[in-house]
Design a protein around this ligand. Sequence first.
Ligand SMILES: N#Cc1c(N)n[nH]c1-c1ccc2c(Cl)cn(Cc3cccnc3)c2c1
Length: 234
Amino acid sequence: MRLDYLTIFPEFFDVLGISLLGKAVDNGIVDIHAHDLRTWTHDRHRTVDDTPCGGGAGMVMKPDPWGEAFDDLLGADPDPSVHVVIPTPSGTPFRQDDAAQLSHADRIVFCCGRYEGIDHRVIDYASEHWSVHELSLGDYVLNGGEVAALAMTEAIVRLVPGVLGNPESLSEESYSQDQEGLLEYPVYTRPASWRGWDVPEVLMSGHHGHIAQWRREQSRELTRRRRPDLLTDE
Ligand SMILES: N#Cc1c(N)n[nH]c1-c1ccc2c(Cl)cn(Cc3cccnc3)c2c1
């Protein structure tokens, strides 16, 4: 899987060389390239923004640098196997299903904008050539697309075979299919008693059936309290 990031802050993506994702890069499972969008500017000030047509506050990202970056990175031939992810406050919510779908992609280009956004014609042009995903990280406001791209990257890449040491752990996580889309149950480790708090006895019983039942009950109760929207049978 090749991942490209178009951004005016390429240093944001230096963190991808750390930990699990770093190992995936070292193992050749993932190939990461961050690009400074100003590479594709030609004026003395390396300008990437301009005033909004129709007026309004702030600045909008000019289309030209993005178009020239697309030309260099992807060429002009349409290829639906290339996924262009555009983090945006107006995007559809990024969810685990999106991460799962994108984890099968061979190529993902993240377009990380700033200011008040990217000239919409960039999205229109990209949509004619590649598979475009306008996605929002969540219902809160960030200053640009980079943090969202990092979070989406981690959610996607950890699902790629060979990235996680223990793929079995994926099946017991919140939002995973095996977890029936419920929130993950509480987890514990040693010592059995810690500052007056004890590990639930059932987890020390060694009775796998009872443990599994307790965990299912905990997941449902937690989901009922915190995310009733995830419950399909109530
Ligand atoms: N994904 C996501 C996401 C999220 N969940 N919050 N904010 C963003 C996000 C993503 C992309 C950009 C670009 Cl380009 C510019 N800004 C700043 C901005 C803020 C408010 C209104 N307009 C633009 C972005 C914010």
